[in-house]
Write a new protein. Structure first.
Length: 580
């Protein structure tokens, strides 16, 4: 820190050198940011999607089909995980489920022919390898995957870091952070230098400590975390510009967020544990919003803040994590209509509470996540269309009896007519500042938008675009898009529907926040007061973003990629080899 401060002082005393340094940095930052994102994106988006085979399902003693998930619907329909095209098999006949301890069960899901084990019709029954069971009069048997087959699978599966070294990518990000820290030291006053140095240095230490911890855990996948730290770096830069005094609180929020990230990953290491956590999460989400309804404080037109002395937080941010836990479910629960109905009721309660406290942006985010979860759980477009129609009708009634809702969005689409009023002041200034920043920006700390209210939260896309350039602003969006595409590629080979739904819901929340924040800033959409994940100033938002990242990490089934997936110990692998 003293070394960087000394360099900053030397540059400050030489205006010509300082000016040249700042000019060069305007072009260096986009190059480094592109390098980091390109390496992360290439590693995340080009891996070979190789499904894991957990067992073989022998049909009638002749054909053996691979079992590639922990929860598998067996049936005649093409949408089933294991398609058995025989007339006595129902379209959706049974669910074959694997548990954390390696045991299996077969359960009937309302089929015509039923499920028989040992000659008895059962609803759900544990089965062993080589134990026969019958579906619709057809004999089935579960067979083990041999050690040679496991070894062959592992040879096909991609191991992160084998081609694109994660440490090298993190090094490029560290260079980006050191140069950003040096540039901010030149800009801020003497009283804020220590805060700036602390913020960037703490971020660098955190990212390298976690990287080394993952290496010690034999985990080589670090692209998702690198993208998050890249966005956090921009968030720290926003604070260095707009509110250097809040740096310590933001770093504490990042540390708590990383702790929650590990907590989510730990809970997902065991599906039995995850199922228990989802009930606690459901109760916590309800309790937080009820508490908010009673004790909430209004800020910026929404009563979604809880004040505890000098501290404040938004319960709705933490409820996002609870909502994803509640929405995620295993296949044996998904096929039960009762579970889907309960989730719809829970979602209605959450969105209703958010409307009552006038947090319409959060309500829209939750509704979008609900649609994603409901589709993944039901696959019913007609049902979703009916739900959307019902929500639209409810919104029309709300506007009828609470016309102030409509007034909040009155300026949408023509903010220049309200350029000097509250309805369009922020967006018109944002668009002017984005234009003044151009592709490469005015330089960190040299913008004007920081003097406008909510520039470091709701308008953060414009603030970054003004000072760092539109290229960096677009890369912010691209970083989240990379996570979204990675999830879409990963869920096809995910082990459990719990991981699939959790990851898709989490990334849909990220994408909805990005769309509302960036497009709301430039008047493509109404300005709803939604934060940009990892970048906007706000401890609650930062903690929720890191916790949601845990669901995305758990969906990464590449070899040795995610800490949320248990690896067999060396002792057990040796024992398995000896048994073979």
């Amino acid at each position: 820190m003293n070394f960087v401060q000394s360099i900053g002082s030397a540059l400050a005393n030489n205006p010509a050198i300082s000016s040249a340094f700042l000019t060069v940095m305007r072009y260096v930052f986009p190059a480094l940011a592109f390098c980091v994102l390109f390496r992360c994106g290439k590693s995340l988006l080009t891996f070979r999607k190789q499904p894991e085979i957990w067992a073989w399902l022998n049909i009638g003693g002749e054909t053996s089909l691979p079992v590639t998930h922990w929860e598998n619907i067996i049936g005649r329909a093409r949408a089933c995980d294991i398609v058995v095209d025989l007339p006595t098999i129902s379209r959706s006949h049974a669910v074959l489920t694997r548990y954390d301890d390696g045991s299996w069960t077969i359960s009937d899901i309302g089929s015509r022919g039923g499920v028989q084990v040992d000659g008895q019709t059962v609803g759900i029954k544990a089965i062993d390898f080589e134990e026969p069971f019958t579906l619709g009069g057809v004999d089935f048997r579960l067979e083990k995957v041999t050690r040679d087959e496991q070894a062959e699978q592992e040879s096909y599966r991609v191991k992160p870091g084998s081609k694109i070294k994660q440490g090298t990518t993190l090094f490029y990000l560290t260079v980006f952070q050191i140069l950003a820290m040096l540039q901010m030291v030149l800009h801020v006053g003497a009283t804020d230098v220590v805060s700036v140095l602390f913020g960037y240095s703490a971020l660098i230490v955190l990212e390298w400590l976690i990287y080394l911890l993952f290496r010690a855990m034999r985990r080589t996948g670090y692209e998702v975390e690198t993208i998050a730290f890249f966005l956090c770096t921009l968030g720290v830069s926003v604070l260095a510009t707009a509110d250097p005094g809040g740096m310590k609180k933001e770093i504490v929020a990042i540390i708590i967020g990383i702790f929650l990230f590990f907590c989510v990953g730990w809970s997902l290491r065991s599906l039995d544990r995850a199922k228990k956590v989802r009930y606690l999460a459901a109760a916590l989400g309800i309790a937080l919003l009820l508490f908010n309804l009673v004790f909430g404080t209004e800020k910026y037109g929404a009563r979604n803040w809880i004040m505890i002395g000098p501290l404040s937080f938004q319960p709705s941010e933490i409820v996002k994590v609870c909502f994803v836990f509640v929405g995620a479910s295993t296949m044996d629960r998904i096929v039960s209509k009762r579970n889907l109905v309960l989730f719809i009721v829970y979602s209605g309660f959450i969105c209703g509470c958010l409307v009552l406290i006038s947090d319409f942006g959060a309500a829209l985010i939750f509704f979008a996540a609900f649609l994603v979860i409901a589709f993944l759980r039901s696959g019913n477009f007609a049902g979703l269309a009916l739900i959307c129609a019902g929500v639209g009708f409810a919104a029309a009634i709300a506007v009828k009896f609470r016309p102030y809702i409509l007034r909040r969005f009155a300026a949408w689409g023509h903010v220049w007519e309200y350029a000097t009023e509250s309805g369009g002041y922020q967006q018109t200034r944002s668009m002017m500042c984005i234009a003044s920043g151009g592709l490469f920006g005015l330089g960190p700390g040299n913008g004007w938008l920081k003097y406008v209210a909510a520039s470091d939260t709701d308008l953060v896309f414009a603030l970054i675009s003004e000072e760092w350039g539109l290229l960096i602003g677009v890369m912010m969006i691209v970083a989240v898009v990379v996570l979204a595409v990675f999830v879409v590629r990963s869920v096809a080979v995910a082990r459990s529907s719990f991981y699939t739904i959790g990851a898709c819901a989490a990334v849909s929340i990220f994408m909805m926040q990005v769309v509302l924040n960036a497009f709301g800033t430039v008047d493509f959409l109404p300005l709803t007061g939604v934060t940009f994940p990892f970048v906007s100033n706000g401890g609650s938002s930062m903690m929720a973003a890191w916790a949601l990242l845990g669901f995305i990490k758990a969906a990464d089934t590449r070899q040795n990629a995610s800490f949320a997936i248990r690896l067999p110990s060396r002792r057990k692998r040796k024992e398995a080899d000896e048994d073979e």
